[in-house]
Design a binder for this molecule. Structure first.
Ligand code: FES
Length: 566
């Protein structure tokens, strides 16, 4: 038997006799109909994240067929295998709670099974970062393929799509502007095909910044899930997977801090989801690269936001694809990028831009001198309420609230919010600040996307559309409003958010990057001392692992033990 460490010979099961291990392995895999000749070729693993619970991945079986065609035509053997899949609406308590579990699953399956490279097929918000985090840690040649965005639907002649319009119509229903019949009609139109949310939510953001990072084929991010182009992208991904397998070209061979800086710049230029920062921080962390949020703010504060997609703008991902996708965005912001960074396809970002210099007329990707939002679509805040940082997507906020001082109404947790937010007795005006705590990484747990605190019904009914809202949680990338998120340290970790009381005053000044609780240091200290210790809860299983090891938002909400060993 051969000693070669490739393909079927990799990661032999331990029987104390490597010859017997490969003999047995081949006997079993031949049961699937493979010939000896095929088993001598490089192996490309393909993650199958299809699930009846995940409509964002509804096209995965078709994509796998195309990936396999690309792999076979390049002389390797494709072997698909299942991993966990996560959909935003089918993950209790929240999808973020499970992201690290999916990354562990992906990493360990890449390590355990014989393969020379892997095609990671994901799409829904947490799946792409989970897969990349796993592949980075497994030090495996890997390439990302996304499922692609869904198409838009139509309600009474108006284009609608998940999920900015989900939230917009729900707000109308809460404000009693539309009735139950109409909200049910809209419900049928919001997700008209399989694929990921069609606005600049977290899935679209992660797809575009993963392409910008260099982990995807050129223009692989935006083609619709149900398009023929998506199938061709899958086929090309299979071919590139064989190339990286043959070269043993691993992420750490070409990814540097500059690739991550490019991804952060693109995040800002597309008006991407705030979740993108958390995921990129976690992904970089797996390669031992630290992303400092204040550096991110400095780096992107002059980056114009040029992509006109909801929630900050008006279009949908299918429009972005027709307008030229990421290569055209990169071309517009080339002066803000490191052009010498390399991609998984073995070409530099400069070559990607030069090869795809699209110039037809379109409305979605603006020139840098005609942006949707001047600069710095996401701002990083500091101050005594968030000594470890907080963020705000100012491009999706109300301009007149970006500098605001108001009296706070505190909600202790999600249950308190649900019980009181629609009460006629709630002591709020349009100038109040709503503060929700205990929805951070430890608090909820899993840092749910509950930062979009609803406008109290009594204010919504009189036309109030936006208020300053603050929490230690996250917000869906499809949402908008003047929302301060990811306050660090979170309340459950003893942050100052924990001692705020209703009636306190908070000052937000995004221009000065300030979020300040109007109390002296002494008053804050006294309040902390007066706080009762929390009841100790006995935990087991994944829940225990999560509570014992999860990091704060500014470190990507990864588990501490998944970072590289120093
Ligand atoms: Fe999957 Fe929005 S729910 S991308």
């Amino acid at each position: 038997m051969s000693n070669k460490k490739k393909g079927m010979y990799k990661n032999l099961t331990s029987y104390g006799d490597s010859g017997f291990s490969i003999f047995l392995r081949k006997a079993f895999i031949k049961g699937m109909g493979h010939s000896e000749e095929m088993l001598g070729k490089p192996i490309i693993g393909i993650t199958n994240t299809y699930s009846d619970y995940n409509p964002c991945h509804g096209n995965v079986p078709d994509l796998i067929k195309s990936v396999k065609a690309g792999i076979l035509s390049s002389g390797a053997i494709p072997l698909e295998f299942p991993t966990i899949t996560i959909h935003e609406s089918f993950a209790y308590p929240t999808s973020m709670y499970l992201r690290n579990l999916m990354s562990i699953d992906t990493e360990e399956m890449l390590r355990a099974q014989p393969m020379d490279a892997c095609v990671l097929i994901g799409g829904c918000d947490k799946t792409v970062p989970a897969q990349i985090m796993g592949a980075f840690s497994a030090e495996m040649p890997a390439i990302q393929l996304v499922t692609g965005p869904m198409l838009t639907g139509s309600h009474k002649g108006e284009r609608v799509g998940a999920c900015t319009d989900c939230r917009r119509y729900w707000a109308k229903f809460r404000a009693e502007e539309i009735d139950e019949n109409e909200i049910n009609e809209v419900n049928n139109q919001l997700v008209p095909t399989v694929g990921t949310c069609g606005v600049m939510g977290t899935a679209s953001t992660m797809a575009l910044i993963t392409e910008a990072l260099g982990m995807m084929v050129t223009n692989g991010a935006s083609a619709p899930a149900v398009s023929a182009e998506r199938r061709r992208i899958a086929e090309e991904t299979g071919r590139v997977a064989v190339e990286i397998a043959n070269k043993s070209y691993k992420p750490k061979d070409f990814l540097t801090i500059k690739n991550f800086q490019n991804a952060l710049t693109v995040l800002s230029a597309i008006g991407g989801s705030t979740n993108g920062i958390v995921h990129l921080t976690a992904m970089a962390g797996r390669l031992g690269i630290d992303i400092n949020l204040n550096d991110f703010d400095q780096m992107t504060k002059d980056t114009p936001m040029i992509v006109d997609l909801k929630p900050s703008g008006s279009g949908y991902m299918e429009d972005l694809f027709k307008s030229g996708g990421l290569p055209r965005i990169l071309n517009e912001i080339r002066d803000y990028l490191h052009l010498d960074t390399m991609t998984v396809s073995g070409i530099s970002l400069k070559e990607v831009i030069d090869k795809n210099n699209y110039d037809w007329p379109q409305q979605i990707i603006r020139k840098t001198n005609d942006p949707i939002f001047d600069k710095g679509s996401i701002a990083v805040l500091n101050g005594n309420l968030a000594p470890g940082s907080a963020i705000i997507k100012q491009s999706a906020a109300s301009k007149d609230l970006l500098v605001h001082e108001g009296i706070v109404e505190v909600f202790e947790d999600l249950e308190d919010l649900a019980n009181r937010i629609d009460s006629e007795d709630l002591n709020v005006t349009k100038d109040s600040i709503l503060l929700l705590r205990n929805i951070g990484p430890l608090g909820a747990p899993g840092m749910p996307e509950a930062g979009l605190i609803p406008i109290p019904k009594k204010l919504a009914k009189v036309g109030v559309k936006d208020m300053v809202r603050i929490s230690d949680g996250r917000m869906s990338g499809t949402a908008s409003g003047t929302i301060v998120l990811h306050v660090c340290p979170e309340a459950a970790a003893g942050g100052n958010l924990n001692i705020v009381e209703s009636g306190d005053v908070i000052k937000l000044d995004v221009n000065k990057r300030l979020i300040e609780l109007k109390l002296t240091d002494e008053e804050i200290k006294i309040r902390h001392n007066n706080k009762k210790d929390k009841k100790i809860i006995k935990r087991r299983g994944y829940n225990k692992m999560f509570y014992d090891t999860v990091l704060q938002a500014d470190k990507g909400v990864d588990f501490d033990f998944l970072r590289p060993v120093k």
